[in-house]
Design a protein around this ligand. Sequence first.
Ligand SMILES: Cc1cc2nc3c(=O)[nH]c(=O)nc-3n(C[C@H](O)[C@H](O)[C@H](O)COP(=O)(O)OP(=O)(O)OC[C@H]3O[C@@H](n4cnc5c(N)ncnc54)[C@H](O)[C@@H]3O)c2cc1C
Length: 359
Amino acid sequence: MPEPIETNAASNFVETVIVGAGPVGIFQIFELGLLGIGSVIIDSLAQVGGQCTELYPDKPIYDIPALPICGAQELIDRLMEQVKPFNAKFHLGQEVSEVKPLPDGKFHVATSAGTQLTAGTIVIAAGVGSFQPRRLALPGVEELEGKSVHYRVKSAGEFHGKDLVICGGGDSALDWTVALCEKARSLTLVHRRAEFRAAPATVARMRDLVAAGKMQYVEGQIAALHTDNHKLAGVVLKANDGQTTLQVPAGQILAFYGLHPKLGPVADWGLEMERKALKVNTENFQTSVPGIFAIGDINTYPGKKKLILSGFHEAALAAFGIQHHLYPQKRQFLQYTTTSPIMQKRLGVGPDSSEHGSH
Ligand SMILES: Cc1cc2nc3c(=O)[nH]c(=O)nc-3n(C[C@H](O)[C@H](O)[C@H](O)COP(=O)(O)OP(=O)(O)OC[C@H]3O[C@@H](n4cnc5c(N)ncnc54)[C@H](O)[C@@H]3O)c2cc1C
């Protein structure tokens, strides 16, 4: 762990910061909430759900206890419903870039969007890492990224009236093609394969727009970028036959080549690791640094299995470890949600549910 730093961010104190809003990170809010511990959860993606939402939202999951079949997105929606009573704060679309110990045993947490927090404890539920867009692999692309080469749409207005090239064959590429076709000055969709991974109705709409002469579709890929005075002016497209090339005017490019996970800053926080995973004990899933816990796909221990079910168990035991770290004097005992009035109060159910209890 790096040397402790001095900071005055104590006003933003939170008992627990959860890094990663995949299924396991979300469930950690619940297990902490039952013990009366508040949390803030941060994810680099714009939406919650981790791999379930990003990689397989429509696929059914069959091994969640008591849910014989549950869609991956449905699981996330149910988890979000379950954690509602605890009013956790979500910071989405920002990567946790810094975790540093403070002299008083707390932690300074900072994100790529400038959020700064002081945390009593941290739970890393970072899965396989933070998802990053696959970038265009072309010479000169770096200096255009964020100006005329984009991997997501921040403001659709910036593409209106422009010569637009959209790359990809998934939902994002097709949805934006259809949405921007009549707003852009010209629009070319470029996709490497004949098959699309988008909703059939959107693909059909795109083909109608091509037939109506409102846009063009090229089965191939971008071979080169043309710039004029450091500004994007056009692209050279190479068709799949490997021979035909096409010059297309381009003021803006939207590339939707999917996302890939990057372990990223987690590896720089001085925590003991083994093969890109954080080593934890199996009593409370604490890492090599007291006060920092790791659950879900990001951790490793003898017998570890990367299953949602295992992550849920880890979240339950980590919550007790966190409670002990924050309040070492407090006597710990197991309570059941079926019979504990204090837990029912925290959940907003049962006869005495008008206010939330404290730990
Ligand atoms: C196709 C597929 C099918 C699967 N089917 C099943 C199944 O049937 N049953 C089952 O049990 N499991 C299944 N899994 C595995 C399951 O999805 C994972 O075990 C589960 O998603 C792990 O949850 P998690 O919360 O630990 O991590 P993730 O879901 O990976 O979420 C981690 C989150 O952390 C965020 N993050 C990482 N680093 C940072 C950072 N520095 N700052 C901010 N945010 C960060 C990421 O953006 C991500 O959203 C499947 C996986 C795949 C790919």
